[in-house]
Design a protein around this ligand. Structure first.
Ligand SMILES: Nc1ncnc2c1ncn2[C@@H]1O[C@H](COP(=O)(O)OP(=O)(O)OP(=O)(O)O)[C@@H](O)[C@H]1O
Ligand SMILES: [Mg+2]
Length: 112
């Protein structure tokens, strides 16, 4: 099992949710986060003064999938949220040791 963590633009949450539901993922967690990438934010100009805005609102999505679905899900993600502009976000993939469905006690892929 792997956890796919994606940091995306807030306006991409709805389309991504639809795309994920269409390919029958088992569950997801969504959080609002503040973050910055390589540009370290952006410069806002207001009446002649410039202010560095370092932390930009983003959406963090975490889903756990069976190993053999990782590439398919990553491709859906990229196809749905990519604009080609800076700030499109990032995907982190991490190993997940175990999943246990509390109601039944099932473990592993079947519990996803
Ligand atoms: N190395 C990182 N570690 C943790 N979070 C990150 C990292 N890089 C990016 N993020 C998160 O992803 C968000 C979007 O990052 P962003 O797309 O700007 O990355 P980037 O590497 O600067 O790419 P780009 O050049 O396309 O902007 C950030 O606001 C932050 O929340
Ligand atoms: Mg960036």
């Amino acid at each position: 099992m792997k956890q796919i963590e994606a940091i995306i633009r807030p306006e991409k949450l709805e389309p991504l949710k639809d795309a994920f539901l269409a390919c029958k993922i088992n569950g997801m967690n969504v959080r609002q986060v503040l973050g910055c990438g390589n540009q370290h934010g952006w410069i806002a100009r207001n009446r002649g003064t410039s202010v560095m805005i370092n932390m930009i609102p983003k959406i963090e999505i975490k889903i756990v999938v069976a190993d053999d679905r990782v590439e398919e899900i990553v491709q859906v993600l990229i196809d749905t949220v990519r604009t080609g502009e800076i700030g499109d976000g990032k995907i982190f993939i991490k190993p997940v040791e175990e999943c246990i469905r509390i109601r039944t006690g099932e473990r592993g892929d079947i519990a996803l």
